[in-house]
Write a protein of this length. Structure first.
Length: 56
């Protein structure tokens, strides 16, 4: 639970600097875990659809 709290603090933009600590260190926005997982599931779904298509 502490890891989740620390992650939330690190990716939350701070008013004083206008960016999150993560962005200041790495120079880009953090990718949220759910955003990382969903595209992978979408890709698997697309691959499954391609496998089921008949060859023309």
């Amino acid at each position: 639970m502490l890891n989740s709290a620390l992650w939330a603090d690190r990716v939350t933009p701070k008013r004083l600097v206008g960016n999150s600590p993560y962005k200041l260190v790495y120079g880009k926005e953090a990718r949220m875990p759910i955003l990382v997982e969903l595209p992978a599931l979408d890709l698997l779904h697309q691959m499954e659809l391609l496998e089921n298509e008949p060859l023309a």
